[in-house]
Design a protein around this ligand. Structure first.
Ligand code: SF4
Length: 374
């Protein structure tokens, strides 16, 4: 088959998505309603791969807009509020917004952050007092040289470590992490995993870079590795965690054929099982994230026909297939059993109070584990 014909066949296979199904989790419990609230695209770092890199001039949401959206989300049954940017902590109204979220009664108020503002002890204290329940720190290198190179922000690694030390010193336990896998840091993934262990961060997402938009779209060659090059380092990293007894590190945005021995550590499988997720950004609103990622952002191709992992797999980024090809997708012969990650015991310090959807009791019956998406 010619390369052109093969490319044409990649485009149109229908995608399965658990989020197109009714919003009911395993065991008949309703899925947790989750809103990822993008407060704006302004940021104090300049990560080369950032999906929002070309959106910095889009105006940030106003305070009124954010409050309005939080009220609307609450009325729609959202209990899990995740605030991301850009970088939400640099907003002048960050603390009042968090206080408002707390007043509105969101059970989870999650902030995904580069941590730089939280390096200031007073601000870290005020953030926790305002009502943030979970902090997700983005760490893209195991040392200052690598992290600061990826963030293009000198000093950002030291600030990140200081931020984690600050919130730990205040007794805050719900500390999570994420790391975007790009060409410059992929070989260092196992070392980055060791850093997460040193920081006692037991929930981490290792995210295969999204080249559909932003910095990785513009600099695809410099940033986006072949999945067959990156996956071995990602698997080694999960092994670093496993060797230390950590089973809640996950990988995101990967074709499952490269992770057949790690099917209980795939972010999307966990996500679609427990969340119905909305993304509300300054320039778009998406009320069914899982379905649209499958329908538009990622693809399976003709090569995937007959793969036993067709249903849970979301394939690989559309732009990846355009710039590379689908030759690394390897259909998996069946039958395959996807292990139940809910049976993996939770780290005791992350346990929720009884009655919370994340409490050990609830989790055993299909409740939501801590969330890590950036
Ligand atoms: S062959 Fe296709 S469907 Fe199967 S795991 Fe790989 S990407 Fe997914």
């Amino acid at each position: 088959m010619s390369a052109r014909k093969a490319k044409a066949k990649q485009e149109t296979l229908p995608q399965g998505s658990a989020e197109t199904a009714p919003a009911v989790a395993a065991g008949g419990r309703p899925k947790t309603e989750k809103l990822v609230l993008f407060t704006g695209f302004s940021c104090n770092s300049h990560c080369h791969f950032c999906i929002d890199l070309n959106k910095r001039d889009v105006p940030d949401k106003t305070t009124q807009q954010i409050v309005r959206e939080m009220v609307e989300a609450k009325a729609k049954g959202v209990t899990y509020l995740e605030m991301i940017g850009g970088e939400s902590t640099i907003r002048g109204d960050f603390l009042p917004i968090v206080r408002t979220a707390k007043k509105l009664g969101f059970k989870d108020i999650v902030v995904v952050t580069n941590g730089r503002m939280l390096a200031y002890p007073d601000f870290a204290k005020a953030t926790l007092e305002a009502g943030v329940t979970d902090l997700v720190f983005s760490i893209h290198g195991h040392d200052a040289k690598l992290h600061d190179a990826v963030t293009a922000a000198p000093g950002s690694f030291e600030q990140l470590l200081q931020a984690i030390a600050n919130v730990r010193a205040l007794g805050f336990k719900r500390v999570f992490g994420n790391c975007t896998v790009v060409k410059p840091n992929m070989r260092s993934m196992p070392d980055i995993g060791r850093l997460f262990l040193k920081l006692a961060i037991h929930h981490v997402e290792f995210i295969f870079v999204d080249p559909n938009y932003g910095g990785a779209y513009s600099n695809f060659t410099g940033l986006v590795p072949r999945i067959s090059e990156a996956a071995p380092f990602m698997r080694q990293t999960l092994d670093v965690g496993r060797a230390a007894g950590v089973r809640h590190w996950t990988v995101r945005y990967v074709p499952l054929c490269h992770f057949t021995d790690y099917l209980d550590q795939i972010s999307e499988i966990r996500e679609v099982a427990i969340f119905r997720t909305r993304h509300w950004a300054p320039d778009f609103k998406n009320d069914d994230v899982g379905a649209s990622r499958g329908a538009h952002g990622r693809l399976k191709t003709e090569r995937c026909r007959g793969c036993a992992l067709w249903e849970p797999c979301e394939g690989i980024w559309k732009e990846y297939l355009k710039r590379y090809d689908d030759s690394e997708l390897n259909p998996v012969p069946g039958p395959v059993e996807v292990p139940d990650w809910r049976r993996i015991p939770e780290h005791p310090e992350l346990a929720r109070k009884a009655g919370h959807p994340d409490s050990p009791h609830e989790a055993r019956h299909g409740g939501a584990p801590p969330r890590q998406e950036p």
